[in-house]
Design a binder for this molecule. Structure first.
Ligand code: NAD
Length: 246
């Protein structure tokens, strides 16, 4: 229970990797605030955490809307305590080849994946600065480092998150706040489940460990980075990809 007494916000915490991160943070004693666009689904996950003896609250949160972000952070400070841990997990894909990519698909992906992390990160750092401690973990992606066919918008957002992580880490370090990113490879979730079997088979050939990751593989690393055990780690990108990128 190394996170007892801490308040953590996980964006997009209602399913996939975000749900596992939320459940693991709660298992370690944190009061988890699950922010999701689908309030009902976030509510159901929060309820199951509470049933299992944890503390959780579900809030409606579209990270691309500055006013919603502000409201959620104000509520956390007022009803709980200033935030200790932020996990910028919310993310979407709208794939298409560069030459055919619609401007709105570019804008939407950047608004959720990158601007969302900026808006939440800005509010989080303001609250953490006052208590002179905190940990922020941004969920990037291996393709932010390598690029990927058909993902100009997504890869740009995930590469942007790495730059944002390093700047936030530098600016927040004097107040004892750590900011890191994790970059998962291929993790079995709704986001990847719809992919063509042939593409999955080709991908598998590129993973030295020979299997796809699970959301728990990511959750373990995020919870470590959010804990006191990682207090001297900041501005880093931890790759979780079975050796796909070395
Ligand atoms: P997912 O689609 O299952 O989950 C994404 C979550 O983000 C959902 O809960 C969704 O409701 C939420 N979300 C979407 N738009 C939002 C918005 N505007 N505001 C708040 N929440 C919003 O996908 P996942 O695989 O669990 O992905 C989680 C994160 O991990 C994403 O940032 C994704 O880019 C990243 N990632 C996933 C993989 C993978 O292989 N699955 C690999 C690398 C990185």
């Amino acid at each position: 229970m190394e996170l007892k007494g801490k308040v953590a916000l996980v964006t997009g915490g209602a399913r996939g990797i975000g749900q596992f991160i939320s459940e693991e943070l709660a298992r370690q004693g944190a009061h988890v605030v699950l922010g999701g666009t689908n309030a009902e689904r976030a509510g159901a996950v929060a309820e199951s955490i509470v049933k299992n003896g944890g503390q959780a609250t579900a809030v409606k949160l579209d990270v691309s809307r500055a006013s919603e972000v502000q409201e959620v952070f104000d509520r956390i400070a007022k009803e709980m305590k200033p935030l200790d841990i932020l996990v910028n997990n919310a993310g979407i894909t709208k794939d298409g080849l560069l030459v055919r990519m619609k401007e709105e698909d570019w804008d939407q992906v950047l608004a959720v994946n990158l601007k969302g992390a900026f808006l939440c990160g800005q509010q989080a750092v303001k609250q953490m600065m006052r208590q002179k401690q905190g940990a922020i973990v941004n969920i990037s992606s291996v393709v932010g480092a390598t690029g990927n066919f058909g993902q100009a918008n997504y890869t740009a957002s995930k590469a942007g998150l790495i730059g944002l992580t390093k700047t936030m880490a530098r600016e927040a370090a004097p107040r004892n706040i750590t900011v890191n990113a994790v970059a998962p490879g291929f993790i079995d979730t709704d986001m990847t489940r719809g992919m063509d079997d042939k593409i999955k088979e080709e991908l598998l050939q590129k993973i030295p460990l020979g299997y796809f990751g699970t959301p728990m593989d990511v959750a373990h690393c995020v919870v470590f980075l959010a804990s006191g055990r990682a207090r001297y780690i900041t501005g880093q990108v931890i790759h979780i990809n079975g050796g796909m990128l070395m």
